[in-house]
Design a protein around this ligand. Structure first.
Ligand code: ADP
Length: 206
């Protein structure tokens, strides 16, 4: 897959007109497939107990910035506003670097995906007892009450959002929640259909 992706990307660079558009589709499909395979490998590692986590004291801001760095273009393409408000004196959290990045990337990419053009996304964090709560709030399509727990099941997708055109196979939230649990974190969600969703990640303070 990596070879197919590399050659398709190379051809895309050299192509023009329709051919370039078609190759762009090939590259996107291959990238999606790669990310689906990575997701399934992650779940396999959780199931077999091979998923390794290394807890360190770290800044939420650093992980938020890395996730944003990779995803801000997607939001810009949809003319969405991403507001980040992190208090400068936010305490460090105890977390696994890769896992925290993966969770925030999943939540943020969903927020972008399920929010229409020109919507807004708010990222904030505050101390809650012994934990730091990070929230990602969107002004998107929302999730019906009856589906709020089911969306964390593997491969589960809300039917209405399925009809919309977006990538993904319904593994992102399952991985995010299961990985969070491995590191002592908890993911929650509140939502109102048509108004938006707020996902939260609670992590122990360092
Ligand atoms: P995927 O994004 O690949 O479909 P996820 O596991 O990340 O899979 O999400 C599962 C489902 O939960 C999505 O298909 C969608 O129906 C719903 N969902 C997740 N995040 C949001 C959100 N921010 N707003 C509305 N629906 C969401």
């Amino acid at each position: 897959l990596t070879v197919a992706l590399a050659y398709a990307a190379l051809l895309e660079e050299e192509a023009t007109g329709h051919m370039r558009e078609h190759l762009d589709q090939v590259v996107r499909a291959a990238m999606q497939l790669k990310s689906d395979i990575d997701a399934m490998v992650s779940l396999q590692q959780i199931d077999t107990g091979e998923a390794q986590v290394k807890l360190v004291d770290m800044e939420i801001a650093q992980a938020v910035n890395s996730a944003l760095e990779n995803l801000h273009l997607l939001a810009e393409r949809k003319k969405q506003r991403v507001n980040v408000e992190l208090p400068p004196d936010l305490p460090l959290v105890r977390a696994d670097r890769r896992v925290l990045y993966l969770i925030l990337s999943n939540l943020l990419s969903n927020a972008i995906k399920f929010t229409p053009d020109e919507g807004s996304i708010f990222i904030s964090a505050h101390v809650a007892g012994d934990n730091v709560l990070t929230t990602i709030k969107d002004t998107g399509i929302g999730i019906p009450k009856g589906e709020l727990e089911r969306i964390f099941e593997r491969f589960y997708q809300v039917e209405d959002s399925l009809r919309r055109e977006h990538g993904g196979i319904g593994l992102g939230l399952a991985i995010a929640r299961e990985m969070a649990e491995l590191t002592g974190g908890v993911i929650g969600v509140e939502s109102e259909v048509g108004r938006g969703s707020t996902f939260s990640l609670s992590l122990p303070r360092a």
